[in-house]
Write a protein that binds this ligand. Structure first.
Ligand code: ZN
Length: 269
């Protein structure tokens, strides 16, 4: 191999890598800005307010936010976490949700690459993040999020129609089990929102991954719930949505790898 060829190869590699990094940075920025919109959804959807018509305003004094107050994460930091007008402390939830959404997108694109699957998974991750915060606060999952994830699931089924049955089985695999559990326990510990969430997400990620999501969600939920009860020292009501969401997110990221590892390790061939 001549030296000019090596230089040529190196140049091409640098070009591809920088394009790749460029795309990832764009996707993280997208993620952070969509995270900013999620904050609006988190506050307005439970109150049945429009998420697009009214302008963003301070929750305490009603002062309208300028466009430069709406730059995700950075505005919060430059304002020192306080309202420009009344100096009320702003919730850390704003920059956290923006940051988490950006990181959530980045992880999906790094693991899955850029494609239709990643786009659907990113949108689903955003819905999971928003419904988790809402469920955490008010113990309810607004149905609009489950409808949204269900639509993503239908798109997934149509774009991978040769394996349509994986997604249809996914719709029923966990949701029917949780539904029976809900009936049997009279709705204590398990809400209708959780059942619908696992139906919609099952349609998106297929039956193997949704079962894994339930297992992961149950394990994470029990551990974190026990720790919370130890720290707070009282009986804390459990919102299952955030844990199921975390399970779904992990399944989207590396469900196939975890299932493969499990089969190789524990199942005799
Ligand atoms: Zn204010």
């Amino acid at each position: 191999m001549s030296s000019t060829m090596i230089v040529q190869l190196l140049k091409r590699w640098v070009a591809i890598m920088s394009l790749d990094i460029f795309y990832k940075i764009i996707i993280i920025i997208y993620g952070v800005f969509i995270g900013s919109f999620l904050n609006v959804c988190i506050y307005r959807i439970p109150k049945k307010e429009s998420v697009v018509v009214t302008r963003s305003h301070c929750m305490t004094c009603g002062g309208q936010l300028k466009w430069y107050d709406l730059v995700p994460v950075l505005s919060f930091l430059t304002l020192g976490g306080k309202c420009r007008y009344c100096k009320t402390k702003l919730s850390w939830q704003y920059p956290l949700v923006e940051f988490a959404n950006g990181v959530g997108y980045a992880a999906i694109v790094i693991v899955k690459g850029v494609g239709i699957e990643s786009i659907l998974y990113c949108l689903c991750a955003s819905a999971l993040l928003a419904l988790s915060v809402i469920d955490w606060r008010i113990y309810e999952i607004p149905v609009v999020f489950n409808i949204f994830i269900g639509i993503l699931g239908i798109i997934r089924l149509l774009t991978d129609y040769r394996q349509w049955y994986l997604y249809v089985i996914g719709f029923f695999a966990v949701s029917s089990f949780l539904y029976i559990l809900m009936i049997a326990t009279n709705g204590r510990g398990m809400g209708g929102g959780d059942v619908k969430l696992m139906a919609a997400a099952g349609l998106l990620i297929g039956w193997k991954s949704i079962i894994l999501a339930l297992v992961l969600g149950s394990i994470l939920g029990s551990i974190i719930h026990l720790v919370c009860m130890k720290i707070k020292g009282k009986d804390h009501q459990l919102a299952f949505g955030p844990y199921l969401s975390l399970g779904i997110y992990i399944s989207m990221l590396c469900g196939n790898e975890i299932i493969q590892w499990y089969l190789n390790t524990f199942v005799q061939r």
